[in-house]
Design a protein around this ligand. Structure first.
Ligand code: PGA
Length: 250
Protein backbone atom coordinates (compact mmCIF):
# COMPACT_ATOMS: atom_id res chain seq x y z
CA UNK A 1 0.00 0.00 0.00
CA UNK A 2 1.28 3.43 -0.87
CA UNK A 3 2.23 5.59 2.08
CA UNK A 4 0.17 8.76 2.45
CA UNK A 5 2.33 11.87 2.54
CA UNK A 6 2.37 13.83 5.76
CA UNK A 7 3.27 17.52 5.61
CA UNK A 8 3.62 19.18 8.98
CA UNK A 9 4.29 22.75 9.99
CA UNK A 10 6.51 23.26 13.02
CA UNK A 11 5.64 26.68 14.35
CA UNK A 12 8.40 26.57 17.03
CA UNK A 13 8.10 29.51 19.50
CA UNK A 14 6.01 31.69 17.20
CA UNK A 15 2.39 32.88 17.22
CA UNK A 16 0.33 34.02 20.19
CA UNK A 17 -3.08 32.34 20.60
CA UNK A 18 -4.85 35.10 18.67
CA UNK A 19 -2.20 35.12 15.94
CA UNK A 20 -2.57 31.33 15.72
CA UNK A 21 -6.29 31.65 14.97
CA UNK A 22 -5.59 34.33 12.39
CA UNK A 23 -2.93 32.24 10.66
CA UNK A 24 -5.16 29.17 10.51
CA UNK A 25 -7.97 31.24 9.04
CA UNK A 26 -5.57 32.56 6.39
CA UNK A 27 -4.11 29.15 5.57
CA UNK A 28 -7.17 26.92 5.69
CA UNK A 29 -8.35 27.59 2.13
CA UNK A 30 -4.75 27.18 0.87
CA UNK A 31 -3.85 23.82 2.44
CA UNK A 32 -6.62 21.63 1.03
CA UNK A 33 -5.15 18.49 -0.51
CA UNK A 34 -6.77 15.11 0.03
CA UNK A 35 -3.62 13.27 -1.02
CA UNK A 36 -1.76 14.54 2.04
CA UNK A 37 -2.14 14.53 5.84
CA UNK A 38 -1.82 18.17 6.84
CA UNK A 39 -0.64 18.91 10.36
CA UNK A 40 0.22 22.09 12.25
CA UNK A 41 2.42 21.48 15.30
CA UNK A 42 1.92 24.52 17.50
CA UNK A 43 3.01 25.88 20.91
CA UNK A 44 1.03 24.29 23.79
CA UNK A 45 -0.89 27.45 24.59
CA UNK A 46 -2.08 27.63 20.98
CA UNK A 47 -3.35 24.05 20.80
CA UNK A 48 -6.92 24.64 22.01
CA UNK A 49 -7.67 27.80 19.99
CA UNK A 50 -5.96 26.22 16.96
CA UNK A 51 -8.14 23.08 17.28
CA UNK A 52 -11.20 25.29 17.40
CA UNK A 53 -10.08 27.33 14.36
CA UNK A 54 -9.27 24.17 12.37
CA UNK A 55 -12.59 22.44 13.08
CA UNK A 56 -14.28 21.17 9.92
CA UNK A 57 -11.08 21.53 7.85
CA UNK A 58 -8.44 18.96 6.84
CA UNK A 59 -5.93 20.58 9.22
CA UNK A 60 -4.87 18.48 12.20
CA UNK A 61 -3.26 20.10 15.23
CA UNK A 62 -0.20 18.55 16.87
CA UNK A 63 2.16 19.44 19.71
CA UNK A 64 5.86 20.37 19.60
CA UNK A 65 6.86 18.50 22.74
CA UNK A 66 5.55 16.33 25.57
CA UNK A 67 6.97 15.03 28.84
CA UNK A 68 7.50 11.33 29.53
CA UNK A 69 5.86 11.21 32.98
CA UNK A 70 2.11 10.92 33.58
CA UNK A 71 1.71 13.91 35.91
CA UNK A 72 3.07 15.57 39.01
CA UNK A 73 5.84 17.90 40.09
CA UNK A 74 7.34 18.80 36.70
CA UNK A 75 6.77 22.54 36.54
CA UNK A 76 6.27 23.82 33.04
CA UNK A 77 5.86 20.47 31.33
CA UNK A 78 2.93 19.15 29.27
CA UNK A 79 1.62 15.63 29.95
CA UNK A 80 0.31 13.10 27.43
CA UNK A 81 -3.20 13.23 28.98
CA UNK A 82 -3.27 17.01 28.55
CA UNK A 83 -2.56 16.53 24.85
CA UNK A 84 -5.04 13.72 24.24
CA UNK A 85 -7.76 15.55 26.19
CA UNK A 86 -7.25 18.50 23.84
CA UNK A 87 -7.60 16.15 20.85
CA UNK A 88 -3.92 15.98 19.88
CA UNK A 89 -2.87 12.93 17.84
CA UNK A 90 0.70 13.86 16.86
CA UNK A 91 3.67 15.19 18.81
CA UNK A 92 7.13 16.18 17.64
CA UNK A 93 9.74 14.41 19.76
CA UNK A 94 13.45 15.19 19.96
CA UNK A 95 13.70 18.16 17.62
CA UNK A 96 17.34 19.24 17.32
CA UNK A 97 16.49 22.55 19.00
CA UNK A 98 15.21 20.63 22.04
CA UNK A 99 18.32 18.50 22.04
CA UNK A 100 20.54 21.59 21.81
CA UNK A 101 18.79 24.07 24.15
CA UNK A 102 16.87 21.77 26.51
CA UNK A 103 19.35 18.95 26.94
CA UNK A 104 17.24 16.23 25.37
CA UNK A 105 19.14 13.04 24.63
CA UNK A 106 18.47 9.88 22.66
CA UNK A 107 17.42 8.29 25.98
CA UNK A 108 14.83 10.96 26.87
CA UNK A 109 13.61 10.84 23.27
CA UNK A 110 13.07 7.09 23.67
CA UNK A 111 11.11 7.60 26.93
CA UNK A 112 8.91 10.21 25.27
CA UNK A 113 8.32 8.00 22.22
CA UNK A 114 7.24 5.08 24.43
CA UNK A 115 4.97 7.35 26.47
CA UNK A 116 3.38 8.84 23.36
CA UNK A 117 2.55 5.38 21.99
CA UNK A 118 1.16 4.33 25.38
CA UNK A 119 -1.35 7.18 25.01
CA UNK A 120 -2.15 6.62 21.35
CA UNK A 121 -0.28 9.72 20.19
CA UNK A 122 1.84 9.36 17.05
CA UNK A 123 5.37 10.62 17.61
CA UNK A 124 7.21 12.52 14.90
CA UNK A 125 10.70 11.45 15.87
CA UNK A 126 13.43 13.86 14.78
CA UNK A 127 16.97 12.95 13.84
CA UNK A 128 19.73 14.71 11.96
CA UNK A 129 23.45 15.31 11.80
CA UNK A 130 25.58 18.42 12.34
CA UNK A 131 27.70 19.91 9.56
CA UNK A 132 30.85 18.50 11.19
CA UNK A 133 29.38 15.01 11.24
CA UNK A 134 28.44 15.31 7.57
CA UNK A 135 31.90 16.58 6.64
CA UNK A 136 33.52 13.76 8.58
CA UNK A 137 31.42 11.18 6.73
CA UNK A 138 29.66 9.83 9.83
CA UNK A 139 26.12 10.97 8.96
CA UNK A 140 24.59 7.54 8.41
CA UNK A 141 26.31 6.00 11.47
CA UNK A 142 25.08 8.85 13.65
CA UNK A 143 21.49 8.72 12.37
CA UNK A 144 21.38 4.93 12.78
CA UNK A 145 22.40 5.36 16.40
CA UNK A 146 19.69 8.00 16.99
CA UNK A 147 17.06 5.74 15.39
CA UNK A 148 18.12 2.57 17.18
CA UNK A 149 17.93 4.25 20.59
CA UNK A 150 14.69 6.14 19.82
CA UNK A 151 12.97 2.83 18.94
CA UNK A 152 14.24 0.80 21.91
CA UNK A 153 11.31 -1.34 23.22
CA UNK A 154 8.93 0.08 20.61
CA UNK A 155 6.93 -2.78 19.05
CA UNK A 156 6.79 -3.38 15.30
CA UNK A 157 3.07 -2.55 15.28
CA UNK A 158 3.78 0.79 16.96
CA UNK A 159 6.81 1.55 14.78
CA UNK A 160 4.75 1.01 11.63
CA UNK A 161 2.56 3.98 12.61
CA UNK A 162 5.41 6.31 13.61
CA UNK A 163 6.72 9.26 11.67
CA UNK A 164 10.44 10.01 11.46
CA UNK A 165 11.66 13.47 10.48
CA UNK A 166 15.16 13.57 9.01
CA UNK A 167 16.40 17.10 9.59
CA UNK A 168 20.06 17.84 8.95
CA UNK A 169 20.90 20.47 11.58
CA UNK A 170 22.91 22.55 9.09
CA UNK A 171 19.81 22.89 6.92
CA UNK A 172 17.40 24.08 9.64
CA UNK A 173 16.48 27.75 9.39
CA UNK A 174 19.55 28.42 7.25
CA UNK A 175 17.96 28.51 3.82
CA UNK A 176 20.49 25.77 2.99
CA UNK A 177 18.30 22.89 1.92
CA UNK A 178 19.91 19.45 1.55
CA UNK A 179 20.14 18.31 -2.03
CA UNK A 180 17.45 15.91 -3.13
CA UNK A 181 20.12 13.18 -3.37
CA UNK A 182 21.41 13.84 0.16
CA UNK A 183 17.88 13.82 1.61
CA UNK A 184 16.86 10.66 -0.26
CA UNK A 185 20.09 8.86 0.67
CA UNK A 186 19.57 9.38 4.40
CA UNK A 187 15.81 8.69 4.33
CA UNK A 188 16.56 5.42 2.51
CA UNK A 189 19.18 4.53 5.11
CA UNK A 190 16.64 5.23 7.87
CA UNK A 191 14.14 2.89 6.22
CA UNK A 192 16.82 0.21 5.95
CA UNK A 193 17.62 0.68 9.62
CA UNK A 194 13.92 0.16 10.50
CA UNK A 195 13.90 -3.00 8.34
CA UNK A 196 16.94 -4.21 10.26
CA UNK A 197 15.37 -3.53 13.68
CA UNK A 198 11.94 -4.91 12.68
CA UNK A 199 11.14 -6.24 9.22
CA UNK A 200 10.41 -5.16 5.64
CA UNK A 201 6.70 -4.62 6.26
CA UNK A 202 7.35 -2.19 9.12
CA UNK A 203 9.95 -0.37 7.04
CA UNK A 204 7.50 -0.11 4.15
CA UNK A 205 4.78 1.33 6.40
CA UNK A 206 6.69 3.93 8.42
CA UNK A 207 6.56 7.49 7.13
CA UNK A 208 9.80 9.47 6.82
CA UNK A 209 9.78 13.23 6.37
CA UNK A 210 12.55 15.54 5.29
CA UNK A 211 12.93 18.85 7.14
CA UNK A 212 15.33 21.77 6.85
CA UNK A 213 14.55 24.89 4.81
CA UNK A 214 11.79 23.21 2.81
CA UNK A 215 10.23 25.80 0.50
CA UNK A 216 7.57 25.94 -2.20
CA UNK A 217 10.31 25.56 -4.80
CA UNK A 218 12.22 22.65 -3.21
CA UNK A 219 9.19 20.63 -2.02
CA UNK A 220 8.07 19.02 -5.33
CA UNK A 221 11.41 17.37 -6.04
CA UNK A 222 12.05 16.37 -2.42
CA UNK A 223 8.62 14.82 -1.94
CA UNK A 224 8.88 12.90 -5.23
CA UNK A 225 11.74 10.81 -3.83
CA UNK A 226 10.88 7.16 -3.14
CA UNK A 227 11.78 7.30 0.57
CA UNK A 228 10.57 10.83 1.40
CA UNK A 229 6.97 10.82 2.61
CA UNK A 230 6.50 14.53 3.19
CA UNK A 231 8.12 17.26 5.20
CA UNK A 232 8.51 18.99 8.53
CA UNK A 233 8.44 22.66 7.70
CA UNK A 234 9.52 25.50 10.00
CA UNK A 235 9.78 29.02 8.60
CA UNK A 236 7.66 28.44 5.50
CA UNK A 237 4.78 26.97 7.55
CA UNK A 238 4.01 30.44 8.93
CA UNK A 239 3.39 31.87 5.48
CA UNK A 240 0.97 31.36 2.59
CA UNK A 241 3.86 29.43 0.95
CA UNK A 242 2.77 26.52 3.13
CA UNK A 243 -0.26 26.16 0.86
CA UNK A 244 2.05 25.65 -2.11
CA UNK A 245 4.16 23.15 -0.17
CA UNK A 246 1.08 21.12 0.77
CA UNK A 247 -0.02 21.25 -2.89
CA UNK A 248 3.43 20.26 -4.18
CA UNK A 249 1.82 17.69 -6.49
CA UNK A 250 -0.76 19.96 -8.15
P1 PGA B 1 13.00 25.28 8.75
O1 PGA B 1 12.75 24.41 10.09
O2 PGA B 1 12.00 24.79 7.73
O3 PGA B 1 12.73 26.71 9.18
O4 PGA B 1 14.40 25.06 8.33
C1 PGA B 1 12.48 23.05 9.99
C2 PGA B 1 12.38 22.45 11.38
O5 PGA B 1 13.19 22.80 12.24
O6 PGA B 1 11.51 21.61 11.65
Amino acid sequence: MARKKIIAGNWKMNMTPSQAVELINTLKPLVKNDDVDVLFCVPSIDIIPAMEAAKGTNIQIGAENMYFEEKGAYTGEISPDMLTDAGVKYVIIGHSERREYFAETDETVNKKVLKAFEHGITPIICCGETLTQREQGVTIDFIRQQIKIAFLNVTAAQAATAVIAYEPIWAIGTGKVATTEQAQEVCKAIRECIAEIYDEATAAAIRIQYGGSVSASSAPELFAQPDIDGGLVGGASLKPDFGQIVNYNK
